[in-house]
Design a protein around this ligand. Structure first.
Ligand SMILES: [Ca+2]
Ligand SMILES: [Ca+2]
Length: 254
């Protein structure tokens, strides 16, 4: 049996076909791909870290290059001041170091679980079990080193009566706090969070190869000139960062 030879047929779509396609398109929701979420390699600490707010230990220099935070909401006013954040780990704890450019360092709140996000503040949201997005841990420290820590449930409910244990935090200011008439340089913050705080979602501390999810944020400025910057874009029109589905990856490595 002989098969017919292949033929190439070219034709112009009729006006009816074009019109049908356009009509169908009008009723289809376009699939817009979300941008990829970032990843950060969390290296093991190479030397002891003294929690004094100064990122001058060799282990910070040896850490992965810092994440930088993006300015995503143009309706916000206030200066766009850069923030760099690094993370390292050891058998005992997770360590986070932030370095913030800041020409005007301000922070009013002084008590645990005060709304420090209304001050100059840096934050990390941590999900130690990325196969779920219902619950994660939030830590928000102002330039005084005052901590607001909580469990976030369903992206909307913040249980501030969760108090992490054994957290050490300190800030170092390159400037004057709440003195608005001069020009400051910036501030840095070191935090140590023992693994035991995460054991409900992660019964064992991470090992090399473990992936957790997280986001880094900063609130900066004095109302009404406030601005949020963030590591992984939550794909929100407003500056609501509590979107665990959009957290970036923390990849633990040796
Ligand atoms: Ca500031
Ligand atoms: Ca708390």
């Amino acid at each position: 049996m002989r098969f017919p030879r292949h033929r190439t047929v070219s034709y112009a779509p009729s006006a009816l076909v074009v019109a049908t396609c356009l009509l169908a398109g009008a009723f289809l929701t376009p699939l817009v791909a979300q941008p990829a979420t970032p990843r950060y390699e969390v290296k093991r600490a190479t030397s002891a870290i003294t929690i004094d707010g100064r990122l001058d230990e060799p282990t910070w220099t040896a850490a992965s290059a810092p994440v930088t935070l993006q300015f995503l909401w143009d309706e916000q006013t206030g200066a766009k001041q850069q923030t760099r954040a690094r993370v390292v780990w050891d058998d005992e704890a997770l360590y986070i170091g932030y370095d913030a450019d800041d020409a005007d360092i301000t922070a009013q709140y002084t008590e645990r679980d005060d709304p420090t996000y209304r001050d100059d503040a840096v934050e990390i949201f941590i999900n130690p079990r990325p196969d779920q997005t219902g619950v994660y841990y939030g830590f928000e420290w102002n330039a005084r080193g005052v901590m607001y820590d909580y469990l976030n449930y369903n992206s909307r409910t913040l249980f501030k009566h969760f108090d992490a244990r054994g957290v050490e935090v300190a800030t170092a200011l390159r400037g004057t706090l709440n003195e608005r008439s001069d020009t400051d340089n910036g501030w840095s913050l070191e935090a140590k969070i023992p693994w035991a705080n995460f054991e409900t979602l992660s019964p064992r501390p991470p090992a090399a190869g473990t992936v957790w999810k997280a986001n880094f944020n900063r609130w900066d400025g004095v109302a009404p000139d406030r601005r949020m910057s963030i590591w992984s874009d939550p794909q929100n029109e407003t500056s609501w960062p509590h979107v665990p589905e959009r957290f970036g990856e923390l990849v633990f490595v040796e």
